[in-house]
Every structure is written in structure tokens, then in C-alpha cells.
Write a protein that binds this ligand. Structure first.
Ligand code: NAP
Length: 339
């Protein structure tokens, strides 16, 4: 089968299509013929060699696919041949076939396209985990969201608006802010050209926000941390700020690390605020939790509460270009690679 492999850590062109052996379907696995691959910013970090636990090259990156079950292991009970599924991998998704433990696959509704399937897993589970499970966000609360027009960003706005939350969002261009407004964001800030901290303070009469969803870190963390109101919850789930257009810019990365404030626990107590951090990659074995969360997401999809925003589609032979586009900061919504 064909697979895209990271041949060495570096720019997008290090990702190359190779002929490799088709995976064997183990006894508690299903073998999926991949129809679409969902790209994640974590894939870019893996290719750059800065994602935690990333293997040494050469390796097949990728975290999620949609497709059709073509083989069922002797002890797998949940699926049959022909089922339409989404499946999660800890690397290995950039391939024509993937074999996954049946616990890491979910059926998808009939009316959901494979492209939507490849877009609904990681992004919406991330939004759900941060917003619903950790922050326990409630109606009429105020949310500040960064990278608001991205895959996770658009998913987060859709869920937040459904829950009656007021959304303040930041993104790096007017076009991206338009995308976020279309999803229901009420207040937008271009954090490349304006001071979002001052803007949020003005719009909230100095009170700040109840929840921050931050995947950027560095200076964005520094300013947003100051905007957290009493009883506020800060959810940190990425460090995109350390990434440059071609790779990791060491100077920029160091600068962003230096401006990140140290969080002193006694201050959290007096200020009545909290900080959560998470990485779903290391929660892979929380099978029952993710099954429940996925059922909720599929229900919301069927009720038209959520709908993945697919910003760009690429064919498999252009997957390196697709990753370059995600890294360029020009993309919005989810990028899908169609087989
Ligand atoms: N912890 C977890 O379990 C988990 C799971 C999924 C995703 N994430 C994180 O959530 C974020 C969103 O993921 P995604 O896959 O949906 O990607 P995405 O938001 O579609 O793309 C990444 C976005 O990050 C923003 N960004 C800020 N600084 C950047 C920089 N220096 N270089 C590149 N982009 C920069 C850009 O938006 P602007 O141009 O508008 O700033 C860019 O479009 C990523 O940081 C990812 O690592 C974490």
C-alpha cells in the first residue's frame, strides 16, 4: 500500500509517499480502507520533531481517518465488514489502510460524508474535552478563544454557542475572523494588529472572561491569563507560538518561552482561578470516556448543532503540500486529504 512517511525531521518536503507493507489485522483490531485523512497541527509538530513521544524517522504520521471496515479480527465484536467508521491512531494514519484496536474506532452516521468524518474526531473531541469536561462552561459565561478560525477553533465556537456562551475570539487576519463570525463568534480581534487584551477588557467593562481556550501559548498566554475573572478556568492545550513558517524558529521559541509567566500556586488561590492542561494523545486509553463523548458529538451532528468546517481538500499525492498549508497559518477550518 501507499503511505506518506516523515523521512527526516524538517520542512513539508520531508514527507514522501512510499510503498510499504499493508498492516495485519490483529485479533482485536479492524482493518480500515481509508477514504479520507484529517490533518492536525500535531502532525506538523510531529514532522518537525517537536511533538512529545514522536518516533524517530522514518515513520508514518497522522492521528485520524475515516473509511470502510474491510476486515475484522477474530476477537473484535463491535464492527462488521462494510461499516463506515472513523478511526484514531497514535501516528500511522497517513496511509491507504490502517489497522486499529476496535476501541479506537466509532461508527459514523449514514448522512455523514467521509470528509466530514475525518474532520469531526480530534477537533471536536478537543473542543468538547476543554470546554465541556474541564472548564464545565455554562450558559451566559464568557469564553476567550485563540486560533478561533482553525479546526479546533471553529468546532469550539459551534459547541460554545450551542451552550449559550458569549464568544470572544482572536485570529491572525480579517478573513479568518469572518470565518469565526460565521460560526457564531460575537467579538473578534486580530491579534496580529490589535491588542486583544485591551479589546476584551473594554468589551467586558474590565471584568474579563470566565474561560480561556488557548492553543498558542507564549505572549498570548501571558495576556489571556491576566483576563481571567474570579472563578475563571484557563485551558491550555497547545504551543503553536513556537512554530515558524518553515520550522521551529529557535529564537522566537525562546522568546515565547521567556514571556510565559510562571504560575505561582498561592496566587491561584487568592485569585480564585484555575489552570488546566491537556493532551488527548496521552488519554488514548480512556476508552469509555471517549465513547461517551463521541456519542454526544454524533448526536449533535444529527441535530445539526455542529457541522465541520472543511477549509481545504487535497489529494493524497499532495499531502506534503497540505501540511505546508496548515503550517503556513493561512488555512481555516479543517484540512482533509481525500484518497
Ligand atoms: N492538546 C491536545 O490534545 C490538542 C488536540 C488537538 C489540537 N491541539 C492544538 O490545538 C491547536 C489547533 O489545532 P488544529 O489542528 O485545529 O490547527 P488549526 O487551528 O487549524 O491551525 C493552527 C492555528 O494556530 C494558529 N497559530 C498561532 N501561532 C502560530 C504559529 N506560530 N504558527 C502556526 N500557527 C499558529 C494559527 O491561527 P491564527 O493564524 O489565527 O493565529 C493556525 O491557523 C494546535 O495548536 C494544536 O496543537 C491540541
Amino acid at each position: 500500500m501507499k503511505a506518506a512517511m516523515v523521512t527526516s525531521f524538517g520542512p513539508p518536503e520531508t514527507l514522501r509517499l512510499k510503498e510499504v507493507t499493508k498492516p495485519v489485522c490483529e485479533k482485536n483490531h479492524i482493518l480500515v480502507a481509508v477514504k479520507a485523512i484529517g490533518l492536525n497541527f500535531a502532525d506538523v509538530m510531529a514532522r518537525l520533531g517537536v511533538y512529545p513521544s514522536v518516533p524517530d524517522p522514518p515513520f508514518i504520521p497522522g492521528l485520524e481517518v475515516s473509511g470502510v471496515v474491510i476486515e475484522v479480527g477474530s476477537e473484535a465484536k463491535s464492527f462488521k465488514r462494510g461499516d463506515r467508521v472513523i478511526a484514531f491512531t497514535r501516528q500511522g494514519a497517513y496511509a491507504e489502510f490502517v489497522s486499529v484496536n476496535e476501541n479506537h474506532a466509532y461508527p459514523i452516521p449514514k448522512k455523514m460524508s467521509f470528509e466530514e468524518g475525518a474532520s469531526i474526531g480530534v477537533t471536536y473531541l478537543t473542543a468538547y474535552h476543554g470546554l465541556v469536561t474541564l472548564a464545565n462552561i455554562r450558559k451566559d459565561e464568557k469564553l476567550l478563544l485563540h486560533a478561533a478560525a482553525g479546526g479546533v477553533g471553529t468546532a469550539t465556537i459551534q459547541i460554545a454557542r450551542h451552550l449559550g456562551v458569549e464568544v470572544f475570539g482572536a485570529a491572525s487576519s480579517a478573513q479568518k475572523l469572518d470565518v469565526a463570525y460565521q460560526q457564531g463568534m460575537q467579538h473578534g480581534f486580530n491579534y496580529q494588529t490589535e491588542d486583544f487584551e485591551r479589546g476584551v477588557r473594554q468589551k467586558t467593562q474590565g471584568k474579563g472572561v470566565d474561560v480561556v481556550m488557548d492553543s498558542v501559548g507564549g505572549m498570548v498566554f501571558r495576556k489571556s491569563w491576566r483576563l481571567l475573572a474570579p472563578m475563571g478556568r484557563y485551558v491550555l492545550y497547545g504551543f503553536a507560538a513556537v512554530t515558524g513558517k518553515r520550522g521551529i524558529n529557535k529564537l522566537k521559541a525562546m522568546k515565547e518561552m521567556i514571556v510565559t509567566p510562571l504560575v505561582y500556586p498561592p496566587n491561584i488561590v487568592s485569585k480564585n482561578i484555575g489552570l488546566f492542561g491537556f493532551n488527548l494523545y496521552f488519554l488514548f486509553d480512556k476508552v469509555e470516556y471517549f465513547k461517551k463523548a463521541s456519542r454526544q458529538l454524533m448526536k449533535w451532528y444529527n441535530e445539526k448543532v455542529i457541522k465541520p468546517v472543511i477549509g481545504a481538500r487535497f489529494t493524497f499525492d499532495r499531502i506534503a503540500e497540505a501540511q505546508g498549508f496548515l503550517q503556513s497559518r493561512k488555512s481555516f477550518g479543517k484540512i482533509v486529504v481525500v484518497m
